[in-house]
Design a protein around this ligand. Sequence first.
Ligand SMILES: Nc1nc2c(ncn2[C@@H]2O[C@H](COP(=O)(O)OP(=O)(O)OP(=O)(O)O)[C@@H](O)[C@H]2O)c(=O)[nH]1
Ligand SMILES: [Mg+2]
Ligand SMILES: [Zn+2]
Length: 387
Amino acid sequence: MTKCPRCFTPLPDDRTSWLPTAPGDVEVDDIATAFQGTPVRSGRVVDLDRPATADDDWSPDPSAVEEKVGGPAVEVCPTCHYRLPVGWRSAHATCIAMAGARATGKTVYIAVLVKSLQLLGERLNCVVEPATAETEMAYRELYEKPLYEERGILESTPAAHTSNQHQREPLIFSLGTWHGTRQFLVLRDVAGEDLENPNNVHVQHMRFFAQADGVVFMFDPLKVESVRQQLHDLVPVQERVGGDPRSVLRTVLSIIGDATPNLAVVLSKFDALQALQHVEGSEWSEIMSQPGAAFSRDPSLQYAPYNEIDGRLLHHEVRSLLDKLEAKSMVMAVDQPHTGAAVNSRFFAVSALGESPVGDRLHHNGISPFRCLDPVRWVLAQRGVWV
Ligand SMILES: Nc1nc2c(ncn2[C@@H]2O[C@H](COP(=O)(O)OP(=O)(O)OP(=O)(O)O)[C@@H](O)[C@H]2O)c(=O)[nH]1
Ligand SMILES: [Mg+2]
Ligand SMILES: [Zn+2]
């Protein structure tokens, strides 16, 4: 069963929904509006249900669809009316939602992650490419160009109620064929601003977190006062600062409720912590200089299988680092969510850029990612993909 790339709800076997493509009457679509968070106007969506006598692998006859819709049509998700990419129903999709306060590095992470996935894909003989024209355009314009061509930092992701529509579109990538099935990866970037607002716990357009296969929650070590102080002369100050990570985590866990996505808790901007090695004589320089530590090496481009032992080692190291960062409450909130539900979680450390940007420009050394693939490979491995 495949999930919808926008609402992440499994597509039902016994219902298909269709949107006319010919120009005609347009009306407000209340369902799509609720799931997008801004008004959607379109033709009327028509549902076609599986007849009682049909087999389980039923799909409607194209001529029956055309007759019912009154012209040519495209398939949409019965739950949220999102237009499904071609061949979606027979493929597998792994759906990942980004989370974290503002300026924790979610958008930069996605920009860099895609490049790393492409490199790993080459080694696994799987072509990683945008699956739709919308994703190709959005990735190029909003992620790749500003970071890799203009070598600047990225704009803050706009909140869901704003009109900048394509920043809210899911990014859909083909991962090629794995064990005979076409595989897709869906990434939903989210505005930290939306997650810093606890009123968003119950809104429909945030419900996808509960249906996700993986939630990648980012935690910015530069939010920790003692780290910031020690780094004072070592790395350039970052102007954009986000809100309290604990309250964002609480909001995300509330949205997830008793659902069961895999939760990757990621210490982002790890290059900044690595720079603490150079603070002479400090406790931090000792911690960060351990050559044997998993967080001192990056095996993530080694191809299959996903390195579970290394992953577990890093998990424990990052947990104790968070402890030292006086962020033990984060670890506890993940281990014992206030919702009472148990979450399958793992801790990670990544640096998308490899070095701190200077002002609004990238560091002159360029981009050298560290352990970016780990969280996504872990989620993929839970689903038997690229293992
Ligand atoms: N040192 C360092 N800084 C980073 C890294 N990744 C991101 N940053 C910094 O963090 C800032 C914010 O990154 P974004 O990816 O835009 O943050 P975001 O989480 O998408 O923020 P919102 O869209 O507001 O939710 C960037 O402008 C960079 O200055 C990294 O790997 N290392
Ligand atoms: Mg962003
Ligand atoms: Zn949907």
